[in-house]
Design a protein around this ligand. Structure first.
Ligand code: SAM
Length: 312
């Protein structure tokens, strides 16, 4: 079932420009999804502070962790724990509070809730309940993925967020294999304990020369941002143990497809097809180029049937 939730924001006073700030007033029966900083506490928005100060309940991933931020902001609202182990039970409880007119702010340990963090179950539940009295309001702010992407120096016109790669090597290699043909820039969250093995697997699947941006400890004292190739990044991280500490986002360039690539592919195929059977030719070209086997096979058959269509 699809639902449309329409939100009545606090409107600017007559004569006040749309872009001017206007006071935040928290509404009853509203779930606020509030982004918090990923390091530098000054990165919280003014609106987030006002919402957190006014809501009846703050649902936090780790109440002890969030207490430090809330004390810093002089926020005394009641806190409840909402994390992956109690999500199911707490979703129903928080929804009941919302139906009874309470205002609730959902926060995670850092950044935007729901982005590799708890909250999906609650937001989805509210939509599915289709209850006109309960509203959802995002209060945007920092997200490590977007912060890293903005500084990566890699294409930003089309990108995908891939979250954390699997921990086990077999599953991780399969995960990267499925992304091998992705042309969009890819964003990954990576645990510092797995950075070396992750880079080795990425290099194996995406190639040593694929460009990558490494964004570590964003907005914190040891913030490090470096754009290079996968092989150079691996060597650099292996040589400096400080680069294996803290929080890391990797931004990997998508597979580049150029006119020269397809011309080169056609050149290999038509040259080899003159000497070898299709199957053998496809095998060699896949080894030489790393291109997708099915695509190469399809192209080989086209060139075999119509050699004049080859771009060379
Ligand atoms: N919800 C958060 C967000 O909006 O970015 C992400 C939470 S996820 C559990 C934590 C991961 O985000 C870390 O392992 C790291 O990959 C990334 N991350 C969080 N803070 C970061 C920072 N200051 N610098 C680099 N990466 C960070």
């Amino acid at each position: 079932m699809s639902t449309t939730v329409s939100i009545k924001h606090n409107q600017p006073a007559a004569g006040q420009a749309e872009t001017e700030r206007y006071n935040t007033v928290v509404n009853a029966g509203t779930l606020y999804l509030v982004a918090t900083p990923i390091g530098n506490l000054d990165d919280i928005t003014q609106r987030a502070v006002e919402v957190l100060q006014q809501v009846d309940i703050i649902a936090a991933e780790d109440t002890r962790h969030s207490q430090r931020l809330l004390s810093h902001l002089s926020v005394n609202s009641r806190m409840l724990a909402y994390h992956e182990h109690n999500e199911e039970k707490m979703t129903e409880k928080l929804f009941a509070e919302l139906v009874h007119g309470k205002s609730v702010a959902l926060i995670s340990d850092a950044g935007t809730p729901l982005i590799s963090d708890p909250g999906y179950r609650l937001v989805s539940y509210v939509h599915a309940a289709d209850n006109d009295t309960v509203k959802i309001v995002p209060v945007p702010g920092v997200c490590a993925a977007i912060t890293a992407l903005s500084a990566a120096g890699l294409a930003t016109d089309a990108f995908t967020f891939e979250g954390f790669p699997p921990s086990r090597q077999g599953a991780r290699l399969n995960f990267f294999e499925r992304l091998a043909g992705q042309h969009r820039t890819m964003i990954f969250y990576v645990s510092c304990h797995k950075i070396i093995n992750t880079l080795k697997d990425m290099q194996e699947v995406f190639s040593a020369e694929r460009r990558v941006a490494f964004a570590r400890e964003l907005t914190k004292t040891f913030e490090t941002i470096k754009r290079t190739t996968l092989s150079e990044l691996l060597a650099w991280v292996e040589a400096d143990e400080n680069q294996r500490k803290g929080e890391i986002v990797l931004i990997v360039e998508g597979k580049t497809a150029t006119a020269t690539d397809s011309r080169q592919l056609d050149f290999y195929l038509s040259t080899l097809l003159a000497e070898l059977p299709v199957k053998q030719c496809v095998k060699l070209v896949v080894q030489l180029t790393g291109e997708n086997k099915n695509e190469v096979y399809k192209r080989a058959l086209q060139i075999k049937d119509n050699p004049e269509t080859a771009e060379n």
